[in-house]
Structure formats: structure tokens, C-alpha cells
Design a protein around this ligand. Structure first.
Ligand SMILES: C[S@@+](CC[C@H](N)C(=O)[O-])C[C@H]1O[C@@H](n2cnc3c(N)ncnc32)[C@H](O)[C@@H]1O
Length: 326
């Protein structure tokens, strides 16, 4: 994995450090998801108390929190981001936190009874990296140990949420809202003059034009359910305040705030893009199973299934299960 990917995740988790659950899907409008919660509770409740559980690409522990609730004490999380692991241990103080790539955890052979991952291992990098991650899970599992993976599915509801977000980001980028706001602020702080006033008039016209499609898009949305709509609303409202009350703020602070919003937008775009790239289709899974079968490492896969969220026709995720031979 490229170093920048690890850094991007670290920045992401640094920004999320204050959130309690760190649920992976909040960004595509799916908060604490009932179907995922039920899935994990059902799969974890039958585990014996001494089960050693490892969550790969665990984030802040949205799977391990279910194990905790069920009173399972032996919990380990692996993630590439040390900030994610900080959130994990804030949520579950006794969990072991390992900062490593999932394809090469550095953990001992045959240590765990159950390896789980939720929207995690498919971020490992290339399809070859994903293959290596399954080999790694096999290595660290005890004989008879189980793998349960919930992975992004191409063209499913989460994938479509990401594609929607990407088109909304494009709308903001194309509108030039942030660069025009920046120019207005730079002009506002200049000495008053007829030239400055006429520049401002032109720029304000351009700003109204660029804000109009964004406001139209926002109008139809329930902001309580859409994180990106909340971000965009904040961008519009606060930029408006910075411009209309510019004398109350310093030029440096105002410009820094706008630059910060641009960075957030770029980071959000990066995450949405990596989610869409991580999503697996039927052919990806068939190729993965074939490669693993050819290596004959001794993992027995159940036929993979699709997970559906309530009231949604398209699937939300793949469910991939395997057991290590005895
Ligand atoms: C979409 S989040 C999911 C987090 C968590 N499983 C959840 O469901 O909330 C993906 C996670 O994968 C981690 N990650 C990405 N690439 C990784 C890699 N190569 N090795 C380990 N963790 C990785 C990220 O830091 C992030 O925490």
C-alpha cells in the first residue's frame, strides 16, 4: 500500500477521534446500521467466551463493540492507522491494538479462533494484496478457525451512495464556489476604491451563480441523514457569514477556514473514490476463490452471499465465510 493511503486514513481517523463508534458507513448516510448490528450479534453470540477474535482493518471497532457487548473478552484489532487504533482503545480499553497492514500483520501463527472484517480487508490495496490478506488470515488462525468478512459490493447501495457523493463533490468543484469565495475575501480586505467595488460586484454575481445549483441540490435533502449535505450547508452558510461580516474576522483566519474546507472536500473525495475502488464484483470474488484454491492453503469457503439492508432492493455487501482445515 502506498504511504499516502496510510496517511489519508490516519488523517481521516484523526478527524473522527471524537466520535464514539467510528462506524464506517456514516459518510454514505448510514448511521448505526440495524442490519449490520444484527448480523454481527447473530454471528458472535454463539462464540465461546474464550474465543480469540481478531478484527482486520478494524477502524474504531464497530465489529468488536458487538463482541464486547456479548461479554467476549479476547479482542484484537489490526489497522493501518494508529489514530483508528486510538479510537478503538478509547472505545474498548482492553482490546489489543496492532498497527499493521492486513496482508502482513506480524502476528504469531495459529493464534486466533475467529477473524472478522467489516468493510475493511478489501481496502488492502490490489487484488493481489487481498489474496495475500486471506493467506495471512489463514496463517494466524488456529486449525478449525473461522473467517467472516462483510465487504463492499460493486453496484450495491453503499457503492451507489459513494457514486452519488462523488457527483455532488463534482458539482461543488465545477461551481467554483470555494475559489470565488476566496477571491471575494481577498478583494474585501483591500483598501476601498471604485475598482475594488466593481470587482466585488462582478465576483458577487459569480458567487450567486455558483451557489445556485448547490442550494438547489441541498433543498431536496434531509440534512439529518446526509453527512455531505451537512458539510455543504456549513460551507455555504459560513462562507456567507465570512463575507457579509468580514470586518469581524481577520483575512488570514477567513482564508485559512476556506482552505480547510477545500482540504476536507479533497479528503472526502479521496475516501469516496477508495470505497468505490475497494468494492468487489462477482468476477473479483470468483478470481479470488480460484487463486486461493490453486494455492491449496486449506481454507474451505461457503458460497458467498449478498447482504441486504431493510427496504432496499439492491444488496449492501458481500458476506464471505471460510473455515481453516483442521
Ligand atoms: C471503511 S473503514 C472500516 C473500519 C471498520 N471496519 C468499520 O466497519 O467501521 C476501512 C478501514 O481500513 C483501514 N485500512 C485501510 N487499508 C488498510 C490496510 N492495508 N491494512 C490495514 N488497515 C487498513 C482504514 O484505516 C480504515 O480504518
Amino acid at each position: 500500500m502506498a504511504k499516502t493511503d496510510a496517511q489519508n486514513w490516519d488523517n481521516y481517523w484523526q478527524g473522527r477521534a471524537s466520535t464514539a463508534t467510528g462506524n464506517a458507513l456514516i459518510e454514505v448516510g448510514i448511521e448505526d446500521n440495524h442490519d449490520l448490528n444484527r448480523f454481527w450479534l447473530e454471528h458472535l453470540e454463539s462464540q465461546p467466551k474464550q474465543t480469540q477474535i481478531i478484527d482486520l482493518a478494524c477502524g474504531a471497532g464497530s465489529v468488536l463493540k458487538h463482541a464486547l457487548k456479548l461479554g467476549l473478552p479476547n479482542l484484537t484489532g489490526v489497522d493501518i492507522s494508529s489514530n483508528a487504533l486510538r479510537s478503538l482503545t478509547n472505545n474498548i480499553s482492553h482490546a489489543s491494538a496492532i498497527c499493521a497492514p492486513v496482508k502482513d500483520t506480524g502476528l504469531n501463527n495459529q493464534t486466533y479462533d475467529l477473524a472478522v472484517s467489516q468493510f475493511g480487508i478489501e481496502y488492502a490495496g490490489s487484488r493481489e494484496d487481498l489474496l495475500q490478506t486471506f493467506q495471512e488470515m489463514h496463517r494466524i488462525l488456529k486449525p478449525g478457525g473461522d473467517i467472516i468478512v462483510v465487504a463492499h459490493i460493486k453496484d450495491g447501495v453503499v457503492y451507489e451512495g459513494c457514486i452519488d457523493s462523488l457527483s455532488q463533490i463534482e458539482l461543488i468543484e465545477e461551481s467554483q464556489f470555494i475559489p470565488v469565495s476566496k477571491k471575494i475575501l481577498q478583494t474585501l480586505y483591500k483598501e476601498p476604491s471604485p475598482t475594488r467595488d466593481s470587482q466585488l460586484q462582478t465576483l458577487m454575481g459569480a458567487l450567486n451563480q455558483s451557489a445556485s445549483p448547490i442550494s438547489n441540490w441541498l433543498r431536496g435533502l434531509d440534512r439529518s441523514k446526509n453527512v455531505f449535505a451537512r458539510f455543504t450547508y456549513h460551507l455555504l452558510e459560513s462562507s456567507h457569514k465570512l463575507i457579509t461580516h468580514h470586518s469581524a474576522f481577520s483575512k488570514a483566519d477567513s482564508l485559512e477556514w476556506l482552505e480547510g474546507m477545500q482540504l476536507e472536500l479533497d479528503a472526502y473525495k479521496g475516501r469516496m473514490t477508495s470505497m468505490t475502488r475497494a468494492a468487489l464484483d462477482q468476477d473479483d470474488l470468483a478470481a479470488l476463490m480460484q487463486s486461493l484454491a490453486s494455492k491449496d492453503i486449506g481454507l474451505n469457503f461457503s458460497p458467498h452471499e449478498k447482504m441486504f439492508f431493510a427496504n432496499r432492493q439492491k444488496p449492501a455487501a458481500w458476506v464471505i465465510k471460510a473455515t481453516k482445515n483442521l
